[in-house]
Design a protein around this ligand. Structure first.
Ligand SMILES: Cc1cc2nc3c(=O)[nH]c(=O)nc-3n(C[C@H](O)[C@H](O)[C@H](O)COP(=O)(O)O)c2cc1C
Length: 336
C-alpha cells in the first residue's frame, strides 16, 4: 500500500503523480506511450507539430524569419532530419487521436512556432482531436542586430494571446532560458493567457565538423547537471505568479524529481532519462520518490511543493547573485 500521496495538479488536470513525459520521438509510437503509461507516467506531451511543416511558404513566416536567415537554418536543423522526425500536420492530428484513444492518461499536444498566422488553426485541430492541453514551444534564435528583446517578446505575447483566444483547453508555454528579464516576461505570458510555464526548452547547439568544414547538428541527451538551470528559475517564480510550473531538463533520478517539486514545480518532465534507460526509468523515479518521501516523513507531493522555493527558504539570496562569491570561494586556490 502506498504510504505517500504523489498526486498533483497541472493545467487543471488531476495527475496521479508529478512525472510527465515531455515531447520526444517516443510519442511517435502508440506502443511507446502505452509502455510509459504502464511504467506509471502521469501524462504525456506529444512530440511537436512544427510551424515549418504547416506553412513553409507563408509570407508571414518568411518575413519574421528572414530577419535572421541563419536562425531559420538553425531552426531547421533543430532535429537532424526534420522531414523524417515529424509527420505532416494531418498525420499529427491523426496520431494524437490514436494516442488519446489508446491510453487513459492525459495527452497534451505540442505546437512549435514563432509567428502568428494561419497555422494557429492547428491549435484548434489539436483541441478537436481531444488533447487535454496544448503546449506551445517558443523556439526562435534571434540573430538580427536590429531586433530588440521587446519586439521579440511582443511578438511572442501576441502569438500566445491569439492562441489563447482560439482554444478552450489549457495552454502551457515552453520557454528557452535566454531572457534578460525572465520574471517580467513570464508575468506577461500569464497575462496573455498562459496557464502554465514549462522551463526550459533544451537547446541543441550545433557543432563544427573540422574535417568537412560543416556545421553539424549534435544532439546530446541531458544528465542531472541540466536540472540546476530550471530549478533555480522555478524556485524564483514559485508563488510570485499565479501559474502552473513544469520543470524540464535533467530529471533522471528520484532526487531530481523531488528537487523539482520542492522548488515549486507542479510536474517534473522527463525525456533523456527514458531515451537512455527505457520506460523502466519512469518506474525507478516514482518508486524512488515514494521511498525517499517515506524515509523523510513527507506525506504528499502537495506538502513538499514549493517548500524550497525562494520565498520559503531562510536565505533567499542563495538563489541570487549573493551566492556567486560563495561558490567561487568553495574552490581552493591550491597550486596545481
Ligand atoms: C530527440 C528529442 C526530441 C525532442 N523533440 C521535442 C519536440 O518535438 N518538442 C519539444 O517541445 N521538445 C522536444 N524535445 C525536448 C524535450 O521535450 C525536453 O524538454 C528536453 O530534452 C529536456 O529534458 P530532458 O533533460 O529530460 O531530456 C526533444 C528532445 C529530444 C532529446
Amino acid at each position: 500500500m502506498n504510504m505517500v500521496d504523489l498526486t498533483t495538479t497541472y493545467l487543471g488536470l488531476k495527475l496521479k503523480n508529478p512525472l510527465v513525459a515531455s515531447p520526444s520521438p517516443l510519442s511517435e509510437k502508440v506502443e511507446n506511450v502505452k509502455r510509459m503509461q504502464e511504467a506509471g507516467i502521469a501524462a504525456i506531451v506529444m512530440y511537436s507539430l512544427f510551424e515549418e511543416q504547416i506553412i513553409h511558404e507563408s509570407l508571414e513566416l518568411d518575413h519574421f524569419l528572414s530577419r535572421g536567415t541563419d536562425s531559420f537554418a538553425e531552426a531547421l536543423t533543430y532535429f537532424p532530419n526534420i522531414g523524417k522526425y515529424s509527420l505532416a500536420p494531418d498525420k499529427y492530428i491523426e496520431a494524437l487521436q490514436k494516442t488519446k484513444l489508446a491510453v487513459d492518461i492525459p495527452v497534451m499536444g505540442s505546437l512549435n512556432g514563432v509567428s502568428t498566422g494561419g497555422w494557429i488553426e492547428y491549435a484548434q485541430k489539436i483541441e478537436d482531436a481531444g488533447a487535454d492541453a496544448l503546449e506551445l514551444n517558443l523556439y526562435y534564435l534571434p540573430t538580427d542586430l536590429n531586433l530588440t528583446s521587446s519586439q521579440l517578446e511582443d511578438n511572442y505575447l501576441k502569438l500566445v494571446s491569439d492562441i489563447r483566444r482560439g482554444v478552450k483547453i489549457p495552454l502551457a508555454v515552453k520557454l528557452a532560458p535566454f531572457y534578460t528579464a525572465l520574471p517580467n516576461f513570464a508575468r506577461h505570458l500569464v497575462e496573455a493567457g498562459a496557464d502554465g510555464l514549462v522551463l526550459f526548452n533544451r537547446f541543441y547547439q550545433p557543432d563544427l565538423d573540422l574535417e568537412n568544414l560543416e556545421v553539424v547538428p549534435n544532439l546530446v541527451l541531458s544528465n542531472s547537471d541540466a536540472l540546476r538551470l530550471p530549478l533555480r528559475w522555478i524556485a524564483i517564480l514559485y508563488g510570485k505568479i499565479k501559474v502552473d510550473l513544469a520543470l524540464t531538463s535533467g530529471v533522471h533520478t528520484p532526487e531530481d524529481a523531488i528537487k523539482a517539486v520542492m522548488a515549486g514545480a507542479n510536474v517534473a518532465m522527463t525525456t533523456s532519462a527514458i531515451l537512455k534507460r527505457g520506460a523502466v526509468a519512469i518506474q525507478q523515479i516514482l518508486t524512488g520518490m515514494e521511498e525517499w518521501m517515506t524515509g523523510h516523513e513527507y506525506e504528499s507531493v502537495k506538502q513538499m511543493r514549493g517548500s524550497m522555493s525562494q520565498g520559503a527558504i531562510a536565505e533567499p539570496s542563495a538563489f541570487e547573485r549573493a551566492n556567486y562569491m560563495k561558490v567561487l570561494n568553495s574552490f581552493n586556490a591550491d597550486v596545481i
